[in-house]
Design a protein around this ligand. Structure first.
Ligand code: FAD
Ligand code: NAD
Length: 404
């Protein structure tokens, strides 16, 4: 009997478990560890932060997809992986976990780039608790406005205009009428600003498509300060520099930090050869120093054939890595050998939503704009729900509001 320990029940970890349960009924026991009792769709966090989707709508109990005859689920915090002794230490359990194979899928954290005041004065948005904290704060600020009448309370600044920042802005626009009602103002008095360092947003898209996305957001009334690098965050104040100009600042009751992510810092803390929490993995998605440890999802860096820069970390590649990892573990348990073919990845495309009914992106070689892009984004999310959560989660949490 082989013991497989899977750490993290995000896209990468949970799909690996679900596939292993399907592919191997004997000769395997799986232990899955996750800090929460639920899995959440991280791709929808901006909607929970804005309040357009509840936390329960973007998450489901891990127990729903666990086969207790094969898998033991432990809700706890992973604190140490000892790759020499092949053990895992958890915060709330005395006994160490021992493994034959370990799958690390511990996901992403917010990247501050060491900018002063970020941790203290800006809200990260990397998990459900953080998304809910943002929502609660926005609502509190809207309520405050009724007594303060200070426009600052109605202002939300998004730091970083990557995909996360753009999608968050779209969701906030959708939620603006409900905020306005709470504050007792008209929706256009709720100000949303994105401050972005680059002058060319979303560089992976053609200039035409990226400009379309930027215009989409701007036409919804979002202010975009591009070419503006944030240098400091103080309470309710963001300082930034535009090109060689003097430092400027802007105040807001809510400051949200979306300038990028890194892999879980536990990777470095446990001695893996990681850069910003990501390990450059082998062709079989294992740690170059430890062939019994798979590193997948946002804690992994996978180099495309051109060898220039690792693929961007996305749910899509995390799910593809889970597919491969499950196949490879099955092969090793059955034959003692790795899969013959190395891991390869072909992106199906990238689509960003702007609110519930708009979006832009490219899929299967085609550029998509507007309503069609929004539909595609929901279909992609539904497919992922179905593949990991099964029909029950698809029917209860899927997005079927395709016609507007
Ligand atoms: P995660 O989803 O982060 O899962 C990691 C899991 O590990 C979590 O359940 C966490 O609780 C658990 N965990 C972490 N540390 C510990 C610990 N010490 N002990 C126990 N458990 C722990 N990608 C796309 O492909 N398409 C999109 O449209 C898209 N939209 C996005 C929108 C937003 C707002 C954001 C923030 C990201 C988006 N992404 C998108 C990126 C995508 O969400 C990530 O790439 C993906 O979540 C990575 O999956 P993962 O399984 O590696 O990690
Ligand atoms: P990102 O790194 O893609 O974007 C961060 C943005 O912040 C960049 O545009 C960068 O120029 C800007 N920035 C960095 N430092 C700054 C500073 N000091 N001042 C101002 N701006 C600054 O990060 P993200 O948007 O959080 O995305 C993280 C990952 O998740 C990416 O791989 C992305 O592809 C993926 N993602 C995908 C989707 C989607 O497919 N729809 C949605 C969200 C996230």
């Amino acid at each position: 009997m082989k013991e497989v320990v899977v750490l993290g029940a995000g896209y990468a970890g949970l799909k690996t478990v679900v596939l292993l349960q399907k592919k191997l009924k004997n000769n395997i026991h799986i232990t899955l560890v996750n800090r929460n009792s639920y899995h959440y769709e991280a791709t929808d966090l901006h909607e929970t932060a804005a309040g357009t989707q509840s936390a329960s709508r973007i998450s489901y109990p891990i127990s729903d997809v666990i086969n207790p005859q094969i898998t033991t689920f432990i809700q706890d915090e992973v604190v140490k992986i000892d790759s020499e002794k092949k053990t895992v230490k958890l915060a709330g359990h005395e006994e160490l976990l021992h493994y034959d194979y370990c799958v690390l899928g511990l996901g992403f954290v917010s990247e501050t780039f060491g900018i002063p005041g970020v941790k203290e004065n800006a809200f990260p948005m990397t998990n459900v608790k953080e998304a809910l904290a943002i929502y609660d704060h926005i609502i509190a600020k809207m309520k405050d406005y009724r007594t303060t009448h200070n426009p600052k309370d109605l202002h939300i600044i998004i730091c970083g205009g990557g995909f996360t920042g753009i999608e968050l802005a779209g969701a906030l626009v959708d939620a603006r009428p409900s905020y306005a009602k709470i504050a007792g103002v008209s929706p256009d008095e709720i100000k949303i600003t994105i401050i972005e360092a680059s002058t060319r947003l979303m560089p992976m898209f053609s200039e035409d498509l990226a400009d379309y996305g930027v215009d989409l957001v701007k036409n919804l009334g979002v202010q975009l300060l591009d070419g503006s690098r944030i240098s400091k965050i103080e309470p309710e104040k963001v300082s930034y520099r535009h090109a060689d100009e003097e430092e400027q600042s802007m105040t807001a009751g809510t400051i949200i930090w979306t300038t990028g992510v890194s892999g879980n810092p536990l990777m470095e803390e446990c001695g893996f050869n990681a850069k910003r929490g990501r390990v450059l993995v082998t062709d079989h998605l294992t740690d170059p120093q430890h062939d019994d440890i798979y590193i997948i999802g946002d804690v992994a860096a996978v180099m495309p054939p051109d060898g220039k820069r690792p693929y961007p970390t996305t749910a899509q590649i995390a799910l593809a890595m889970a597919d491969y990892t499950a196949e490879d573990i099955v092969s090793r348990i059955k034959t003692g050998k790795h899969e013959e073919k190395p891991f390869t990845y072909k992106s199906l495309g990238t689509v960003a939503s702007v609110g519930n009914t708009h979006g832009f992106g490219e899929a299967m070689g085609h550029e998509l704009r507007g309503y069609l892009a929004s539909v595609m984004k929901k279909i992609i999310a539904d497919r992922s729900l179905m593949e990991t959560g099964g029909i029950k989660e698809l029917l209860s949490k899927g997005r079927f509001d395709l016609y507007h």
